[in-house]
Design a protein around this ligand. Sequence first.
Ligand SMILES: CC(C)(COP(=O)(O)OP(=O)(O)OC[C@H]1O[C@@H](n2cnc3c(N)ncnc32)[C@H](O)[C@@H]1OP(=O)(O)O)[C@@H](O)C(=O)NCCC(=O)NCCSC(=O)CC(=O)O
Length: 531
Amino acid sequence: MTVLEETTGEPTGEPTDARGRVAELHDIRAQAVAGPSEKATKAQHAKGKLTARERIELLLDPGSFQEVEQLRRHRATGFGLEAKKPYTDGVITGWGTVEGRTVFVYAHDFRIFGGALGEAHATKIHKIMDMAIAAGAPLVSLNDGAGARIQEGVSALAGYGGIFQRNTKASGVIPQISVMLGPCAGGAAYSPALTDFVFMVRETSQMFITGPDVVKAVTGEEITQNGLGGADVHAETSGVCHFAYDDEETCIAEVRYLLSLLPQNNRENPPRTECSDPADRRSDVLLDLVPADGNRPYDMTKVIEEIVDDGEYLEVHERWARNIICALARINGQVVGIVANQPQVLAGVLDIEASEKAARFVQMCDAFNVPIVTFLDVPGFLPGVDQEHGGIIRHGAKLLYAYCNATVPRISLILRKAYGGAYIVMDSQSIGADLTYAWPTNEIAVMGAEGAANVIFRRQIAEAEDPEAMRARMVKEYKSELMHPYYAAERGLVDDVIDPAETREVLVKSLAMLQTKHADLPSRKHGNPPQ
Ligand SMILES: CC(C)(COP(=O)(O)OP(=O)(O)OC[C@H]1O[C@@H](n2cnc3c(N)ncnc32)[C@H](O)[C@@H]1OP(=O)(O)O)[C@@H](O)C(=O)NCCC(=O)NCCSC(=O)CC(=O)O
């Protein structure tokens, strides 16, 4: 049922004195702010969703919102559109502050044409995106829209093109955050994919290129909206969404937290805060958290918690490719991006998804001047036909490219295993890490001792009277020759072997020294990274 007729009243132009005109303005504004009807608002709430204005209130500092083009209306005709011309045209745009810093926002109003995007609606979004780029401030979109406004045909589609073009222009210039708060189909799903971070809410938000009905018609598969493109699917399986929450309030609060860790634009550093956690705090517990035996798993998040300020960090893509951790945290008040292997999931191996996840994160950190701290405990790339046929070479190269291309301060720390190509890829000194440290438990090598002995001593082992005894001897020999913790330090391939308990202090000093780092890449239009 339609609820828009109630908002189509034209201004009368009757009042002649200034006070009368101001009163009329307030009437019109009240109408625009109220939206189509009480019934439509109730319907929105009944779905467990907030209205666009309620969302903006949660996102921005109280009283800071300044709306732009509140009185905009579409000029489309046909399909009864002449009689449905609500103010805002179904999207609320403007700016405000988050913790005192300017943030631009647009929010679809699902109560108007299901939040679907028409020409005027799109032009409002274009304007606010241009303003955000010009002002050098983050852009947050609060998405709750049904895609292209069907009645407006190709004009609506062209409106999307303008958004995508601006998303791409803004990429790496201002942080762009997409918050998915309703069904987002077709065109409404592409723009978020171009932005830096995608947030979703379980049960109420979905993203798909084509909905369940089209899927059924084309492939015969039957699936629900949430099964096809709900928050859990995109947080765990597709990797389309970076953060998933149970309710809108928590989701929007976390958007504010993320913004507090990001700079306004690529010319600024992330905001520094006062830190009460001592810079030289020793962490003797690290020795208990990380077993010296390289085959024993442990939870790397505990290591991160122990080292960063107050144990606080924000994990990005927490539930996708869990064998690698990407997180934003502070060390002595300075924001850092942490990339760490997770030995308790797939032994912390690098596979296709882990490579993609970490590559995008490293790229984001580099774009927004976030120093990168890498914790290594990696047995290598995951072998297997699926991985090879899936293009592990191409995907692994994305991570390699991202690190090699990063000019922000880069510090790597080898906790235990660092084998083969995976060691090189994960910000080794040879690909440009500014500082590389290792714990005395490090095992840097081309591969594990067992594998190495099987290759280079194959003949001796095969010809031995007791092959198993020979294999054990060769493994021992390889370990003592090539895998002792000081092998890399003796060759200057790590800058120091440190006491794990002193990790935080070493990182604090290193980050302070690298604060003024400046590095230029050769002049070029842009690189040609593997895709
Ligand atoms: C988004 C929905 C799942 C929401 O379902 P709900 O049951 O919650 O709500 P609903 O169906 O009653 O819709 C609420 C109101 O929005 C209107 N409405 C919904 N979708 C619309 C659209 N795309 N254009 C114009 N109006 C639209 C409905 O007519 C209704 O109006 P009223 O309140 O007046 O009755 C569904 O509406 C839907 O599937 N819409 C079509 C989505 C779609 O195909 N979009 C085009 C994508 S193509 C695209 O974007 C380009 C591409 O990639 O190809």
